[in-house]
Design a protein around this ligand. Structure first.
Ligand code: UD1
Length: 418
C-alpha cells in the first residue's frame, strides 16, 4: 500500500503544467488497432491507466515504445482479438478496444470489466449500439464474444449519452459499410479528440462535440500522428488545490473552454480567476461563498471533479448542496472528509456540506482515483499532518502529482509498501 503524507496549512503558489488527457489517450490508443502500422501519440501521460492500456495492446500483439511523453504504437504484429479477463478487470476502459477490434477483425473477445467503486457501470449501451451495426454477441462464463462478418452503418439513438459507448460505436462504425448516425451522443472534449485522430487516420466522421455524430464508413485507414488534448480533470484538480489552500496558482496547458463549468462555480464561490488562451490563474481572496452543484454530462459540471469540489466546499462560509447524477455510488470520500473535520450529510444522491469546517489532519483512505485527489486537497488545507492510505489510486490518473504540488510549495511525500 502507498501512503501519501501531507503537512498541510500551506497555500500553493506558482505555476503548474497539466499533462495530456487520460480519457482522450485511452480511446485513441484503442483506435490505433483499427489499422496496421506505426502511429505516434504525443503528450501522453505516463499514468497507470495508460500503462494498463499498453498491456492490453501488447497482449493483442502490438509493440509500444515510449520516448519521453510520446508513445509509438506499432499495430502491424497484432494477430489476436482476445483480451484476457485479468486485464479487463484491472481497468474498465479496457472495454474501449471492442469497437476497434470489431472494425479491424470483425470479431473480439472481452469480458465484463466488473463492478467499480463508483457504480455498477454496465455495458448495455455499448452492446446495443454494436448490435445495430450487425454485431452478434455470445456470452458464456463471463466472456463476451462479439462477431460481425460485415459491419453495416445504422441509425443509433443512445438511451443516455455514455462516453465509452459513443467512442466504441464511433470506432466500429468508421470501417462499416454505409453511414452511421449516433444520436444523443456524449459531447465530451475527449470524443472530439478521438474524432480528430480518426479523421487523421482517414475516417469520414463529423459532429463530435454535438449530440449527433455522423460516420461514413471507409475501406482503408492509416496510422497517424497526434498530440492529445490537456487533461481537464487534472487542470480542474489543480484549480481546486489553489482554491482550497487560499493560494495563487497559474495552471498552464489548459483549454479554458473545457473548464467552463468549474470556472463559473469558482467565480460564484468568490475566487479570483484570470483566463488566458492556454492557462487559468486561480487565487483565493480570503472568503469562500457556498455554492451548489449538480454533476451532468459535458458541458455540465464533471462527475470526475465532484469529490474535489466537495472538499473545497467544506471550507465555504455556509451550506452547499452537491448532487451526483452520473454515478450512483460516488460519495465514498464523504466519510473520509468527515474524519478530517468536515460537516457533511448525505441524503440520497446529494451531499449537504455545512461550512466552514476547520479541517484537521487524520489518517484517511482513498477508495478510488478522484476520491483520493479530494483527500489530498483536504489534506493540503488541514491543520496538522494527514495520511492518505491506498494512495496508489492517484497514479491511475495523475502524472507526478506530489512532485507538481511540492513545486507549488506543498509539503507532501509518499511511502511505498509492497
Ligand atoms: C467516462 C470516463 C470517466 C467519467 C465518465 C463520465 C473514460 C475512460 N472514463 O467513463 O472518467 O467519469 O465518462 O463522465 O473516458 N452507462 C450505462 N450503460 C452503458 C454505459 C454507461 O448505463 O452501457 C451509464 C453508467 O453506468 C453511468 C453513465 O452511463 O451512470 C455514464 O457513463 P459513461 O459516460 O459510459 O462513462 P465511461 O465511459 O465509463
Amino acid at each position: 500500500m502507498d501512503r501519501v503524507f501531507i503537512a498541510g496549512g500551506c497555500p500553493l503558489r506558482g505555476r503548474v503544467r497539466v499533462s495530456g488527457s487520460k480519457n482522450a489517450t485511452l480511446p485513441i490508443m484503442a483506435a490505433c488497432l483499427l489499422t496496421s502500422g506505426v502511429s505516434t501519440l504525443r503528450e501522453v501521460p505516463r499514468i497507470k491507466d495508460v500503462l494498463v492500456m499498453q498491456d492490453v495492446l501488447e497482449v493483442l500483439g502490438a509493440r509500444l515504445e515510449w520516448r519521453e511523453n510520446d508513445l509509438v504504437v506499432d499495430t502491424s504484429p497484432v494477430g489476436s482479438s482476445t483480451v484476457p479477463e485479468d486485464l479487463m478487470r484491472s481497468m474498465r476502459a479496457s472495454n474501449l478496444v471492442l469497437g476497434a477490434l470489431l472494425g479491424r477483425f470483425g470479431q473480439a473477445t472481452i469480458s465484463y470489466p466488473g463492478g467499480c467503486n463508483i457504480g455498477s457501470r454496465p455495458m448495455d449501451l455499448h452492446m446495443k449500439g454494436c448490435r445495430a451495426l450487425g454485431v452478434r454477441f455470445f456470452e458464456r462464463f463471463g466472456l463476451i464474444k462479439a462477431h460481425a462478418p460485415v459491419l453495416s452503418g445504422a441509425e443509433i439513438h443512445l438511451d443516455q449519452p455514455s462516453v465509452g459507448a459513443t467512442e466504441n460505436i464511433m470506432m466500429a462504425a468508421v470501417s462499416a459499410k454505409g453511414t452511421t448516425v449516433i444520436r444523443n451522443a456524449a459531447k465530451e472534449p475527449e470524443i472530439v479528440d478521438l474524432q480528430n485522430f480518426l479523421a487523421k487516420m482517414g475516417a469520414r466522421i463529423q459532429g463530435a462535440g454535438t449530440d449527433t455524430v455522423r460516420i461514413e464508413g471507409v475501406t482503408a485507414l492509416y496510422p497517424a500522428d497526434h498530440a492529445v488534448i490537456p487533461d481537464r480533470i487534472e487542470s480542474g484538480t489543480h484549480m481546486l488545490a489553489a482554491a482550497i489552500t487560499g493560494g495563487d496558482v497559474l495552471v498552464e496547458n489548459v483549454i479554458p473552454e473545457h473548464a467552463a463549468a468549474l470556472i463559473a462555480k469558482l467565480r460564484e464561490a468568490g475566487l479570483v480567476i484570470e483566463v488566458a488562451d492556454s492557462s487559468v490563474r486561480v487565487a483565493g481572496n480570503g472568503r469562500l461563498a457556498p455554492v451548489s452543484i449538480k454533476t451532468l454530462p459535458y458541458p455540465g459540471f464533471p462527475t470526475d471533479l465532484q469529490p474535489q469540489m466537495t472538499a473545497l466546499l467544506c471550507r465555504a462560509q455556509g451550506t452547499s448542496v452537491i448532487t451526483e447524477t452520473v454515478f450512483e455510488n460516488r460519495m465514498k470520500h464523504v466519510g473520509e472528509l468527515r474524519r478530517l473535520g468536515a460537516h457533511i450529510k448525505v441524503e440520497g444522491q446529494s451531499a449537504i456540506v455545512r461550512g466552514p469546517a476547520q479541517l484537521s489532519g487524520a489518517i484517511v483512505e482513498a477508495s478510488d482515483l478522484r476520491a483520493g485527489a479530494a483527500l489530498v486537497l483536504a489534506g493540503l488545507a488541514s491543520e496538522n499532518g494527514t495520511v492518505v492510505e491506498n494512495a496508489e489510486h492517484l497514479d491511475r490518473g495523475y502524472e507526478r502529482l506530489e512532485e507538481k504540488y511540492r513545486q507549488l510549495g506543498a509539503r507532501i511525500s509518499r511511502s511505498i509498501e509492497r
